[in-house]
Write a protein that binds this ligand. Sequence first.
Ligand code: 5RP
Length: 230
Amino acid sequence: MDPKLAAAKAALKYVESGYVVGVGSGSTALVFLNELAEAIKGGLISNVRLVATSTETEYEIVRLGLGELLRYPWQVNGITVAVDGADEVDEGKNLVKGGGGALTREKIIDYWADEFIVIVDESKLVDKVPSRHPIPIEVVPYAWPMVKAKLEKEYGGSAELRYSSSKRGPVVTDNCNYVIDYRPSLRIEPSEGERIIKGIPGVVEVGLFNGLKVSRVIVGKSDGSVYEFK
Ligand code: 5RP
């Protein structure tokens, strides 16, 4: 079984009828959404409401025929459980997210959830976050040169404006902002990095997610088995 599917199926066990479900973004989260859609259509789960973490996920919810269950964040009083993917996870459950540029709404919904479940395949596991992936940072468009300069002065390395491969010019997020991908040369501790980078004027959100906000990580393996850590 595909490791993403194995993790998605395991996450579905934490979703019950009546829940408000935060639905993550990216390929792994969309595998989970497909499983959830099947469970709803099959009558195994009922009376749920779905809060999407991106436009992509909103479209998928509608495409799967679940549009009536879709709610904006202001239409619910809370999120019972959020299920989302990640670009990197370490043993402290710290994450790098934002490979798909959806980090701001993801963090709002995921941090708001009573239970935040991360689903990944083994390729996402690293010793220490941030590691292989750059840190995505959503910025107000006209502020990007200043944020880039500040990051490079503070932590060294390089901060690059993310360009689109399918449109000319920079990637524009769901919130009409830009994304900087930052590779520091100095070691950044995730929770301190989250706090400091978020504090730079012009930064909307940073794709470092604090492990203390994550309830559990479900890892799908290539043999179809899964394991969890909390
Ligand atoms: C999007 C994200 C995704 O969760 C992350 O990029 C993982 O995606 P995938 O499951 O496709 O590897 O943070 O902004």
